[in-house]
Design a protein around this ligand. Structure first.
Ligand SMILES: NC(=O)c1ccc[n+]([C@@H]2O[C@H](COP(=O)([O-])OP(=O)(O)OC[C@H]3O[C@@H](n4cnc5c(N)ncnc54)[C@H](OP(=O)(O)O)[C@@H]3O)[C@@H](O)[C@H]2O)c1
Length: 253
């Protein structure tokens, strides 16, 4: 296990073609030893490479376990190791529970949840052999409780939170750190489609900086912006009648 404050080492950022992942990769450019950047859009990754010092594209679709393992192997061969793996890939779609679109629900689970599973499957063997590594999974405050119109998205993030707790417990003996990142609203292409109020919205650059600060401290749960994210987290402790009353009030029903 690395000590807090130690260097980042070789980093793999997934979901690095836009939003939080892109800003995070750009932020650590020149600071981490080497940085591999992944997403499906090879053209966007190439553009980012041309604008940065040390970011190396490895296009991949996170829904393919084989492709993820292959890319992890290629990065380890080229860099020597993956010390920090950060998965920011994700899909969000408004989905009211009376209009379930099953294909989109499966796609959300495949990308948001199984993408992280495929990452863990790909990097743990190497990290375990080196007895060193840090896996960072970006979930969302939307995973704390069921929220309106989030039938496709919320469950994927709740699953990630539970998965990360098991990872932390089971991987600690092998010197592998695990973090779960739960952002509130962040201004990225993902949220620009939303037509509802997004309180406490922060920029993708602020989000990347908060994430990096938490990663450096090896925090398990990294939440930001602090007030909004912790208020939503507290909703976890609120009794169900009060929670549903609050949601009805918010929706003015
Ligand atoms: N923005 C927010 O307010 C907010 C709040 C809470 C949590 N989050 C979470 O933060 C993470 C980043 O979101 P963002 O806002 O930065 O969104 P974004 O700008 O839409 O970025 C999503 C990234 O995921 C990649 N991606 C999507 N499907 C993929 C696949 N099958 N394989 C590989 N990469 C894939 C996209 O690249 P390609 O399309 O090129 O593959 C892109 O790089 C997500 O997990 C999201 O759920 C965001």
């Amino acid at each position: 296990m690395r000590e807090p404050g130690e260097g980042l080492g070789n980093v793999w950022v997934i979901g690095a073609s836009s939003g939080i992942g892109e800003h995070f990769a750009r932020l650590i450019d020149g600071e981490a030893a080497r940085v591999a950047i992944s997403a499906r859009s090879g053209d966007k990754l190439e553009k980012i490479r041309s604008e940065t010092q040390s970011l190396v594209p490895f296009p991949v679709d996170v829904t393919s376990a084989d492709a993820m393992a292959e890319v992890a192997g290629a990065i380890e061969t080229q860099f020597g190791s993956i010390d920090l793996a950060v998965i920011c890939s994700g899909l969000w779609k408004v989905m009211p529970a009376d209009q379930l679109d099953l294909a989109s629900m499966h796609a959300a689970m495949d990308v948001n949840f199984f993408g992280a599973v495929n990452l863990v499957n790909a990097v743990v063997p190497g990290m375990k052999a080196r007895r060193r590594g840090h896996i960072v999974i970006v979930a969302s405050v939307a995973g704390y409780r069921g929220l309106p119109q989030a039938a496709a998205y919320g469950p994927t993030k709740a699953a990630l939170m539970n998965f990360a707790e098991t990872l932390k417990i089971d991987l600690e003996p092998f010197g592998i750190d695990v973090s779960i990142v739960n952002p509130g609203f962040v201004d990225t292409p993902m949220t620009r489609q939303n037509r509802f109020a997004m309180p406490g919205m922060i920029s993708a650059d602020q989000a990347a900086r908060s994430m990096l600060a938490g990663i450096r401290r090896r925090k398990f749960a990294i939440l930001f912006p602090w007030l909004f994210a912790n208020t939503v987290r507290l909703a976890n402790l609120v009794p169900n009648p009060l929670f549903f009353w609050g949601i009805r009030r918010m929706l003015r029903r």
